[in-house]
Design a protein around this ligand. Sequence first.
Ligand code: PMP
Length: 285
Amino acid sequence: MARVAYVNGRYLMRDMAAVSIEDRGYQFADGVYEVIWVQQGRPVDLGRHLDRLDDSLQSLGISRPMSHAALKVVVGEVIRRNLLRNGHVYIQSTRGVSRRDHLIPEGTLPSLVVMASRESQRDAHIQEQGVAVITIPDIRWKRCDIKSIALLPNIIGKQKASQGNAFDAWQVNGHDIITEGTTTNAWIIGAKGEVITHPANHSILSGITRQVVMELAMEEGLSVYERPFTVAEARRAKEAFITSTTNYVVPVVSIDGHKVGAGRPGPVTKSLLKRYLAHMARDGE
Ligand code: PMP
């Protein structure tokens, strides 16, 4: 286990690392986060993650805890002090410490925690075999684009998936549209081989993996459509897959027990995974 964490200006042994019980992240989930994959000691797509962190902070009116340059140094230090080769770095920034009050206090210093988690290279099994997903009602708020630490609906959904022997749960809005997974973005491949994923509006998190995979798909000459799709359309799709920082590109071979396509990972998904793995190997700052 990685043992050193950065907490508000200090590098501490993880079991000594703590924040105040009056931190608004603890009291109100008044904060945001990022998860960044580390490959061979290098953070993948760090710049994009820090830009999204800024967007989340700005949407909530929380000031930046530090500049990108300084945050890159802290991320590098956490990787170095933990001798991290493969795994992820977690960044959390909250509105800071103040007496418990729903009203937003003025002038608090944002809190910043950066920690690391060692993981072996992703188990290739899920990529080779594909995974099952279930569908659940999307009961979240109307600003899913903010990477907020308030994750209760996602946690409950992921638990339901696990209880149903599925890898993730695809969330479905009141119009039968699949928005995204609980920890992943959702994609399908249409009849003409076109790549389809929900538009990056307030209903989903604009995944960094999603952004990169869209670019890789276009590079491959595929038609990419950011448009809503229904559960029925997903069931009829040729292929389906999910994307996220910690799972890359994972084929979806069944939805609510119905086979997708041939019930095996399809060629488009496999090719996008291959391109994404190459991107990860290339990237890093
Ligand atoms: N949607 C949700 C709700 C998520 O929690 C995540 C992962 N944090 C994603 C999508 C995928 O985002 P990314 O590719 O940036 O990891």
